[in-house]
Structures are given as C-alpha cells and as structure tokens.
Design a protein around this ligand. Structure first.
Ligand code: GLU
Length: 445
C-alpha cells in the first residue's frame, strides 16, 4: 500500500478498534487508491480519505419489543449514514444476530462505492439490528419492525436516507416498517423505503435484481474471454433471495447450477437445482435446505462442510461476508474455476481474492457485481418520484443496461490504470473518484 495512504489507514484502524470487517473493507479499498492520489494531489489536500472513513452520522438505539410469550426483549438498532455526496443515504437493513457496529460500517463503506458505480444519485448508508428473525412468528416480526421504526423514522426520509432490505429483511419486513412509518408521520411517502410490495409503490424486478445483476455482471466478464454462462457448471453459496435469483438467471442463460447452501449444509443436484422447489421451501415455507433432499431423488445433502468443495467453472458466493477463504479459493482454482461473481457483500477473504487474482481468474467484487439490487432500488425511487410504475421488461432492460455499464466502467478504469482485467482496482477507483470529486465540489463538510 502507498505509504501516504497507509498512514491514514492506520489512523482509521486505531480510531475504530475491534471493527474487523470495517478494517478489512477500508484496507482493501485503500490498496487500490495509490495511483489515483499520484494523479490527483487535491484528494490528499482535501482530506478526502479521512472524511470518507468517518461516517457523517451514526445512530445506535434500543429496540424493545414483546415476544409471543409476553416476555420483554431488547435488541440494538443501527443506522450509519456514511456519505451523502452523491444523493440521500441509501442502503439496506440487516437483521441477523451477528450484526454489530463494525459490520454495519463495513457494509455502509462498501455501499458508498457501489452506489457511485451505479451512476444513480444515491449516497451510502446501512443499518440493521442484532435481532434474530429465525423461528420468530409473523406477529413477533411485525412487533419488532414497528419498534425499530419507532426510532428510525426520525432519521430517514425521501430526501435524507432511504433504507431497504438486506439479510433478514425482505418484502414482509419492509411492509411492516413502511406501515409504521406512515402511521407515525401521517405521510404516504413512497420514496422513504425501497423493496416495497408491487401494489403499494414497489418496483417489479426488485426481488430478483441482486441475483440477476450478479449473473449479468459475470456474463460480461466471461465475454471478455470469449465465453458465456451457456454450458458452465456453477456453484452458488446461500439459498436466500440473492442466491435463488442468481441460480434462476444462470440457468436461464444455459448454465447448470449444481449446488447451493445454507448455514447448516449444502445440496448437490447434478441435474441442476429445481428453482421452483427451492423457492417453495425457502420463500413460502421458510424452511431449510435439508427439506429439498427429501423431495427430489438423487440429490445429496451434506451437513456442515463447505459448498466450495464442489467443483465448478463459475462460483457465485451469495451468502455473507468472509464465507470463502484462501483454502477454499485454492481448491476451486485446482478444480477448474474460470470466474467468480460476488453476489454477497465481501464474501471472499483478502487471501481468497489474492488466490483468484494470482491464478488469473475473472473476479467480480461485490461492490460492482452485486450492485443490481441497489440499482433497482434507485429505479424504484425514480418510479415513486414520478408516481409511475414500469413493466417488468422495461425495468429489467434498465437493470441490464446499468450492470453492463458498471462492468464496462470497471474494465475501462482497470485499463486506464495499467492493470487490465483487475475489476477490484476498477471498481474501487471508479467509485472513489466520483465520490471524491463531489465531496471536493461541496466544500469542507
Ligand atoms: N442490501 C442491498 C445491498 O447490499 C441493497 C440495498 C438497497 O437496495 O438499498 O446493496
């Protein structure tokens, strides 16, 4: 890392002790930015990096609620409003027991660059709670969401901060959150949340968008080597919203997706995952992957273990951060891997990324490859602002155009900085320069 940047990075780490994921995300971005600072000394003079690493506002609050047994429960809520240089803060809410400030900050930091890459007018933010939705009834989820919004409402708004979903937050939760916001504020402010239901201001394609976008991005990478998804053998990690829609899109493009996982294990279905059955189990029944095995012959379910043991030509990590380490990456490379598209945020460890890059694997980092979700959120905001609603075909066409554009910009930036094919460099520099220019233009704030 460039020595000037390393000194700034060390200060960031020292000022934010114990936030491992945030340190990792900052370090990974700073490693790409040396050459930009040679060309743009004004970024150093303007303390752009120091400002970028200090969120504009961080909100931490208590979320009290009652469970079905009548017991009082207390969780912690977060919203980190990281950077508004390009637009209102924008980013999802994550409900998962692992959530802490460091995780929300890593996600919010990544979101700044991701959102800049989309070319849409959105800043970066993220929020969530350490609430564990697993095993909770609908009524408990509703009471939790209402309590969460009872504090969050005062910090958000169409022109201020626009949350959406992430792990543990989907259409159901956005519905309960929106209802409570409307009730408290007495305003039908559609643009305050994205990921809404289609009949009440949501956008078609939003549920599919992150998974679809990841596959579109990976397809563009494959094209640079004269390949496509057609005939590829694909392994996907996870079995949530992003994974399911990545599987559907990859198979629509002619690939066979042979494996996917949940936190208890993974399935191998050599004939190709049955997406309808997977949706039924995960989205309708809210069940576990183990149930898939019982309903489909010749499928093996492996309890525990790593889905990256299954050989593949394309790997799409769509579960969570740091789920693919250096050893798994080396195994995938030995087994004939061509490309990786990150559907999750920071799923590959720094060691894994190094293994992929050294082996010359096409590697699409999350902040570029999974930008389809937030892109479609921005399209939802656009529809809300004009009180319009677009067709599936039109929305998907816009999403595709934007994902291809992100790919091309990352590739062109990597070329411009003398490292062709390095999408990590392309995404980091491409996103950063846009935000840095806007920050300087808006003065010291
Ligand atoms: N949570 C998603 C992400 O990581 C989507 C955020 C949004 O739609 O605002 O980009």
């Amino acid at each position: 890392m460039d020595a000037r940047l390393e000194a700034i990075r060390d200060t960031v780490l020292a000022r934010n002790p114990g936030e491992g994921e945030f340190h990792q995300a900052v370090t990974e971005v700073f490693e790409s930015l040396g050459p930009v600072h040679d060309r743009h000394p004004e970024f150093l003079e303007g303390a752009v990096l120091e400002r970028l690493c200090e969120p504009e506002r961080q909100i931490i609050f208590r979320v009290p609620w009652t469970d079905d047994a009548g017991s009082f429960q207390i969780n912690r809520g977060f919203r980190v409003e990281f950077n508004s240089a390009l637009g209102p803060y924008k980013g999802g809410l994550r409900f998962h027991p692992s959530v802490n400030l460091g995780i929300i900050k890593f996600l919010g930091f990544e979101q700044i660059f991701k959102n800049a890459l989309t070319g849409m007018p959105i800043g970066g933010g993220k929020g969530g709670s350490d609430f564990d939705p697993r095993g909770r009834s609908d009524a408990e989820i509703m009471r939790f969401c209402q309590s969460f919004m009872t504090e969050l409402y005062r910090h958000i708004g169409e022109y201020t901060d626009v949350p959406a979903g992430d792990i543990g937050v989907g259409g159901r939760e956005i519905g309960y959150l929106f209802g409570q916001y409307k009730r408290i504020t007495n305003r039908y402010e559609s643009g305050v949340l994205t990921g809404k239901g289609i009949s009440w201001g949501g956008s078609l394609v939003r549920p599919e968008a992150t998974g679809f976008g990841t596959v579109i991005f990976a397809e563009e990478m494959l094209k640079t080597r004269g390949q496509s998804f057609d005939g590829q053998r694909v392994v996907v990690s996870g079995s949530g919203n992003v994974a399911i829609n990545a599987i559907a899109k990859a198979q629509a493009l002619g690939a066979t997706v042979v494996a996917c996982s949940d936190s208890s294990g993974y399935i191998v279905d050599e004939a190709g995952i049955d997406v309808a059955l997977l949706r039924q189990i995960k989205e309708v029944e809210r069940g576990r992957l183990k149930d898939y095995e019982a309903r489909r012959p010749a499928v093996s379910y492996v309890a525990g273990g790593s889905v990256w043991d299954v050989d593949a030509t394309v790997a799409l990590p769509c579960a969570t951060q740091n789920e693919l380490d250096g050893d798994a990456a080396a195994r995938l490379v030995r087994n004939g891997l061509l490309a990786v598209g990150e559907g999750a945020n920071m799923p590959s460890t720094r060691d894994a990324v190094a293994v992929f890059q050294e082996a010359g694997i096409l590697f699409g980092p999350g902040k570029a490859a999974n930008a389809g979700g937030v892109t479609t959120s921005a399209l939802e905001m656009q529809q809300n602002a004009s009180r319009d609603s677009w067709s599936f075909a039109h929305t998907e066409e816009r999403l595709t155009e934007i994902m291809v554009g992100i790919h091309d910009r990352c590739a062109a930036t990597a070329d411009e900085y003398g490292d062709p094919g390095n999408y990590v460099l392309g995404a980091n520099i491409g996103g950063f320069v846009k935000v840095a220019d806007a920050m300087l233009a808006q003065g010291l704030i």
